[in-house]
Design a protein around this ligand. Sequence first.
Ligand SMILES: C[S@@+](CC[C@H](N)C(=O)[O-])C[C@H]1O[C@@H](n2cnc3c(N)ncnc32)[C@H](O)[C@@H]1O
Length: 247
Amino acid sequence: VTTDYDQLADRYDEDRAGFSVAPDDIVVELASSPRPTRVLDLGCGTGTWLAAQQARTVGSGVTLLGADPSTAMLAVAHGKGIANLMRAGAEQLPIPDSTIDYVVANFTFHHWQKERSLNEVRRVLRADHAVFRINNIEPEKTLGSWLYQCFPETVAIDAERFWPTPRIAEELEARGFVVDVRRESTTVDVHASQALAAAERRVISQLANLDEDAYARGLARLRSAARSHGSVFTTTSATVRVTARRV
Ligand SMILES: C[S@@+](CC[C@H](N)C(=O)[O-])C[C@H]1O[C@@H](n2cnc3c(N)ncnc32)[C@H](O)[C@@H]1O
């Protein structure tokens, strides 16, 4: 299953408007390093994370780079004044061996050809103390959300696309990384009308990938729930941060 982000790029930032980018401890550490360092946002999309780091690394020796296979997502990033963007997937990076200090992958790992990409990440990272971090959702922990409840076909699609976190950790350890896993979860009541508005925007890849009949059935479920006054979905958002260090 692949998602055509060229078709979603013009609506992507609007859909994520409520999200903020938390400070990144690895970037903070690198920004205080006396030597020049290079950070790659892999699957950088519209450059939201890079824009936040730009502000936080002014005057430091950190060079920020972004890579993404979607021309339209990169065009949005470029429009934000982000430099050093390259059109590339994680499977084949136009970057020399051992030249990156930190690779971060935000909400993108499920789109990758994973074994090949992990080898590529390892190739571009410096051998000593470099870091690879994956930030993502854990679908299996959010099965009660409106998305999986109203669009049940997305459960199987995500089971195929996402590796369970223990598998990610294993594959990284097999490539010589020391791995740390942190989880966060928050549970909120999402009103059916809010869920419906998000589903109608159809920006998240689960819905973008869904066939038209399954999508229409899910919208009908949500519209019916939105008509029942006070109908809410108790929705857990479960994120995981996997930090892998080369030692
Ligand atoms: C959900 S968006 C996340 C974008 C950005 N990291 C963020 O947090 O807003 C997923 C991104 O992964 C990119 N992507 C898809 N396949 C990829 C691959 N094989 N390698 C790297 N990035 C990929 C898409 O083009 C898209 O920009």
